[in-house]
Design a protein around this ligand. Structure first.
Ligand SMILES: NC(=O)C1=CN([C@@H]2O[C@H](COP(=O)(O)OP(=O)(O)OC[C@H]3O[C@@H](n4cnc5c(N)ncnc54)[C@H](OP(=O)(O)O)[C@@H]3O)[C@@H](O)[C@H]2O)C=CC1
Ligand SMILES: O=C(O)C1=N[C@H](C(=O)O)C[C@H](O)C1
Length: 255
């Protein structure tokens, strides 16, 4: 077994998340930051620097092309970029096929608190008639709903379906402004964008005579960094535990 550090490249390296990820990787034992690539740089910089793993924090509209390139070049990827639907995940599974030299780890949210919030929401959902997701982010965010909200709603919908829950009560007959929000798997999702926010989410569950609110706040992007480093270790080098296409940091954390 080699003691050489795992060579890591970052896509979106000059962005809010990419720049912090570069610092976290640089500081992590056993990892070496070999390339930082942003919008006007060539992806060839990654292979030129012999990157074994790429961390992607770019944009939903470019991430699939980036991943196609990574898979084609035998480079594993840890993906923080949002915008992943079931169709996109399936497309990636087809691209990876039965190759065991490449892992694609898609992580809707790298913070431990958010991973637990999603888990608790899914656990609680079958016991409540109503469930809604309210996500709140900084106004520079280009997509809505957030990847975290999308994933949370999918998990809630899956847990409710497995438990045989019926449709949620809602007498709304007229909603010309879309005030009831979007719907993911039948779960209403509301997106707030406001100056001063970083990344926040509430899951509101309702039953007769009671509500349960599960809230998570990322107050600083530092909250995502231990998860990024753990994700890179899980797809590469001596600590590699994951193969194929995997969704969620829970598979790295082992729960
Ligand atoms: N999973 C998680 O825990 C988290 C995920 N995210 C997600 O990460 C993504 C990035 O967020 P954030 O850092 O805030 O966004 P930023 O806009 O700050 O960063 C994105 C960077 O990627 C660059 N970029 C755009 N296109 C390309 C390309 N084709 N190749 C390389 N670089 C490119 C952008 O350049 P330019 O500005 O010139 O377009 C920018 O520098 C979002 O999808 C966000 O939702 C964010 C936080 C946590
Ligand atoms: O854009 C962000 O900031 C974030 N994006 C991710 C998402 O879409 O869920 C994760 C976190 O919410 C921060």
């Amino acid at each position: 077994m080699s003691d050489a550090p795992t060579k890591v490249g970052v896509l979106g390296a000059r962005g809010r998340m990419g720049s912090q990820a570069c610092k976290a990787i640089d500081a992590a034992d056993g990892l070496e930051l070999v390339a930082g690539v942003d919008i006007h740089d060539s992806l060839a910089g990654l292979t030129g620097a012999h990157a074994e793993v790429v961390v992607d924090f770019t944009r939903p509209d470019v991430v699939m092309d980036n991943l196609k390139w990574c898979i084609g070049h035998g480079v594993s990827a840890v993906v923080g970029t949002s915008g992943f639907t079931d169709e996109r995940v399936e497309e990636l599974r087809e691209m990876v096929g039965d190759r065991d030299d490449v892992t694609v780890l898609i992580v809707p949210n790298f913070s431990i608190g958010a991973v637990l919030m999603m888990r608790f929401a899914a656990q609680a959902a079958p016991y409540f008639e109503s469930a809604e997701v309210i996500e709140l982010h900084h106004p520079e965010k280009v997509d809505a709903p957030s990847g975290t909200a999308q994933r949370t709603a999918e998990l809630i919908a899956g847990a409710r379906a497995d438990a045989g829950c019926g449709a949620m009560p809602d007498a709304t007959a007229s909603d010309p402004s879309g005030a009831r929000g979007g719907a993911v798997g039948g779960v209403p999702v509301h997106s707030v964008r406001a100056r001063g926010l970083v990344a926040h989410q509430e899951v509101l569950l309702g039953a007769l005579g009671e509500t349960l609110t599960i809230r998570h706040d990322s107050l600083d992007r530092e909250s995502f960094m231990p998860g990024v480093v753990a994700g890179v270790r899980a797809v590469s080098g001596a600590e590699r535990t994951l193969t194929g296409v995997v969704v969620g940091l829970e598979h790295v954390l082992g729960f």
